[in-house]
Design a protein around this ligand. Structure first.
Ligand SMILES: O=c1ccn([C@@H]2O[C@H](COP(=O)(O)OP(=O)(O)O[C@H]3OC[C@H](O)[C@H](O)[C@H]3O)[C@@H](O)[C@H]2O)c(=O)[nH]1
Ligand SMILES: [Mn+2]
Length: 329
C-alpha cells in the first residue's frame, strides 16, 4: 500500500526484539535495516540509551539518518482514504506542514492560514503573520484511536471515523500528547530533542516513549521559537494492541504524568541555551533535580538523555547544532 508514497524516499527500518529474526523488505526500496546487534556495534556502551522491546527504539533511526526531514510510522499503519475516497499521501501533507510556517504566538481561528482557501482572520496581528519555522508535524489516525489502556478497556469497540480537515499550530506554552504513529519533523531543527527515552525491557515503564519526546520537544520548540502542528494527514491504524499488556507497560506513566506535566509546564531554559543540544542537556539537569524524587528511574533517564546527545554528536560530527542568531555553540 505504501509503495507509491515511500518508494521515492530512503527508508530506515529499526528492527526491535530478536536480532536473529530476518526481516524481509520488499524489492525496490532504498533502505537501511538496523537490529539490536547493529545498534550495539555502532553505539558501543552508548547503546544503553536506546530502548529494547519498545517502540522507543525507533529514535535510533533518527540519529543515524542523514536526511533533513524524517517521517516515522508504526508497522500497523496503512494508507487511509479521505472523505472523497482518495488515498491519502501522508508524506505530501507532512512536508507541506513542515514547509509552511507555524503560528504559536496567536491562535488563528480559521486554522492553517497558509493553506489555499484560508488566511489570517480579522484581528490577527500583522506583526505575527510571517509565522515561525515548523519543527514538527503530528498526524492523526482513522479506525483504531491512540487510546491508553484504561480508555481502551472501557471502550474496546470505539473507532475513530471522524475525518477533520484541519491543521493547527499548537500554541506556545501548551503541551500535547505526541503520538509517534504518524509523525514528521525537521531533523536539522529539532532532531537532537527527539529522544524517545528509556522504555520497555528492563525499565519500569513502556509506551510513554513518544509522550516523553513530545514534552521535551515542545518545551525546546517554545524556547527556540519554533512551531509544532497537529491534524492532517490521517493514516489508517489497523490493529489495537492488547490493553492488558499495555496497562502493565504504561500504568506507572499514568500516575507519574500527573507530576511530569507540571514539571514540563513550568520548565524554563536559560537564554544561553541557543542550540537544541544545549537545551536538551539543561533539561536533563532539571529532570535529575526535580523528577529524581518522583522515582529513581528519572535519574537513569536524565543520564540517558545526556548519553543520547553524546551519541548524537558523535554520529553527527558536523555538530549539526543549529546556532541561533549567530550566538552560542
Ligand atoms: O516491543 C515493541 C512493541 C511495539 N513496537 C512497535 O511499536 C509500534 C507500536 O506498537 P503497537 O502498534 O503494537 O501499539 P500501539 O498501541 O498501536 O502503539 C502506540 O503506543 C505505543 C507507541 O508509542 C506507538 O507509537 C503508538 O502508536 C509498532 O510499530 C510496533 O512494531 C516495537 O518496536 N517493540
Ligand atoms: Mn498500533
Amino acid at each position: 500500500m505504501w509503495r507509491p508514497f515511500f518508494q521515492q524516499y530512503h527508508l530506515i527500518i529499526v528492527q526491535d526484539g530478536d536480532p536473529n529474526k530476518i526481516i524481509k523488505v520488499p524489492e525496490g526500496f532504498d533502505y537501511e535495516l538496523y537490529n539490536r546487534n547493529d545498534i550495539n556495534r555502532i553505539l558501543g556502551p552508548k547503546a544503553s540509551c536506546i530502548s529494547f522491546k519498545d517502540s522507543a527504539c525507533r529514535c535510533f533511526g533518527y540519529m543515524v539518518s542523514k536526511k533533513k526531514y524524517i517521517y516515522t510510522i508504526d508497522d500497523d499503519c496503512f494508507v487511509a482514504k479521505n472523505p472523497s475516497g482518495q488515498d491519502i499521501n501522508a508524506l505530501e501533507q507532512h512536508i507541506k506542514n513542515l514547509l509552511c510556517p507555524s503560528t504559536p504566538f496567536f491562535f488563528n481561528t480559521l486554522y492553517d492560514p497558509y493553506r489555499d482557501g484560508a488566511d489570517f482572520v480579522r484581528g490577527y496581528p500583522f506583526s505575527l503573520r510571517e509565522g515561525v519555522p515548523t519543527a514538527v508535524s503530528h498526524g492523526l489516525w482513522l479506525n483504531i484511536p491512540d487510546y491508553d489502556a484504561p480508555t481502551q478497556l472501557v471502550k474496546p469497540r470505539e473507532r475513530n471515523t471522524r475525518y477533520v480537515d484541519a491543521v493547527m499550530t499548537i500554541p506556545k506554552g501548551t503541551l500535547f500528547p505526541m503520538c509517534g504513529m504518524n509523525l514528521a519533523f525537521n531533523r536539522e531543527l529539532i532532531g537532537p530533542a527527539m529522544y524517545f527515552g528509556l522504555m520497555g525491557d528492563g525499565q519500569p515503564i513502556g509506551r510513554y516513549d513518544d509522550m516523553w519526546a513530545g514534552w521535551c520537544m515542545k518545551v525546546i520548540c517554545d524556547h527556540l521559537g519554533w512551531g509544532v502542528k497537529t491534524g492532517l494527514p490521517y493514516i489508517w491504524h489497523s490493529k489495537a494492541s492488547n490493553p492488558f499488556v499495555n496497562l502493565k507497560k504504561e500504568y506507572k506513566g499514568i500516575y507519574w504524568q500527573e507530576e511530569l506535566i507540571p514539571f514540563f509546564q513550568s520548565a524554563t531554559l536559560p537564554k544561553d541555551c541557543t542550540t537544541v543540544q544545549k537545551c536538551y542537556i539543561e533539561l536533563s539537569k532539571q529532570v535529575r533535580a526535580k523528577l529524581g524524587k518522583v522515582d529513581d528511574y528519572f535519574l537513569k533517564l536524565a543520564d540517558a538523555m545526556v548519553t543520547w546527545i553524546e551519541a548524537w554528536d558523535e554520529l553527527n560530527p558536523s555538530g549539526g547544532e543549529l546556532v541561533l542568531n549567530g550566538v552560542g555553540k
